[in-house]
Design a protein around this ligand. Structure first.
Ligand code: NAD
Length: 257
């Protein structure tokens, strides 16, 4: 993998950051991306620690022109994007009758439309090289539903549909596309949900975690972001060249219920 280039959206936090470190550790050069204010510093630190090259982008995924610019800048720095990981995602929790339309549109844009835009932008390069990997971080919520998460569940199901089409269209060109479907991972995205549930139900964080969040998992623990990173790294490898169009749960047995 040494010298290959991976663009990982949302890699300045949570799961994306773990994926970035795992790929850096395998010798990938990286496009680090995300909205965290210390994003450029995160990229510099990864560059130093793993002795690789990075490019940092703070493109707002709500804006397709910024996405295109991020890919153009990355290609002009590295000449190639071999692996695209569509990881950035957002959540909003509300009953359907109160769910604001602007939140719906934002979630569909970041979680789904942006993945279409990034895939489209890297496609020609991968096709010409006859090698490419697209890994979409969907969710267990891409394969099942929970109440109050209409936009998130719809976006993550949509991302799995997009993954299947990319797999079909890439099949003749050495491009694979797969989705990873995690259960709950303790990142800022989930920490916010835990805090909201603590205030809503007036119970402790421990009770929220055990009785509400992990109630979905057969194995009563969080999924580790490092395990998701290891799975992504495997999907990016040559050993995974015949794996395409799949949606892989890593969910502590949630989807067995
Ligand atoms: P996180 O909040 O820690 O990180 C999200 C990243 O996306 C951040 O870097 C943020 O800057 C970036 N981002 C958000 N909106 C953006 C925008 N408009 N433009 C550019 N960047 C933007 O979240 P996480 O938990 O690490 O989630 C990563 C992915 O994994 C998401 O797609 C999420 O849906 C998915 N996922 C998370 C869990 C979980 O339990 N944490 C479970 C299943 C799936």
């Amino acid at each position: 993998m040494k010298g290959k280039v991976a663009l990982i959206t949302g890699s300045t936090s949570g799961i994306g950051l773990s994926i970035a470190k795992a790929f850096a550790n395998s010798g990938f050069n990286l496009v680090i991306h995300g909205l965290e204010p210390d994003g450029a510093e995160i990229a510099r630190n990864i560059e130093k620690e793993y002795q690789i090259e990075t490019h940092y982008s703070s493109a707002n995924l709500l804006n397709p022109a910024e996405i295109e610019q991020m890919v153009t800048e990355s290609l002009s720095k590295f000449g190639t994007i071999d692996v695209l990981i569509n990881n950035a995602g957002i959540q909003y929790v509300s009953a359907i009758e109160e769910f604001p339309l602007d939140k719906w549109n934002e979630i569909i844009s970041v979680n789904l439309t942006a993945s279409f835009c990034t895939s489209k932008a890297v496609w020609e390069g991968m096709k010409q090289k006859k090698w490419g990997r697209i890994i979409n971080i969907s969710s267990a919520h891409g394969l099942t539903a929970s109440e109050f998460k209409s936009a998130y569940v719809a976006s993550k199901h949509g991302l799995i549909g997009l993954t299947k089409v990319l797999a079909l269209e890439g099949a003749g060109f050495g491009i694979t596309a797969n989705a990873i479907c995690p259960g709950f991972v303790k990142t800022p995205l989930v920490e916010k949900q835990i805090a909201d549930l603590v205030s809503k139900h007036h119970i402790s964080e421990e009770e929220v975690v055990q009785n509400i969040i992990l109630q979905k998992h057969a194995i009563k623990d969080f999924v580790s972001s490092d395990s998701i990173a290891a799975l992504a790294l495997f999907l990016a490898s040559d050993h995974a060249s015949m794996i395409t169009g799949t949606s892989m749960p890593i969910d502590g047995g949630w989807l067995t219920f």
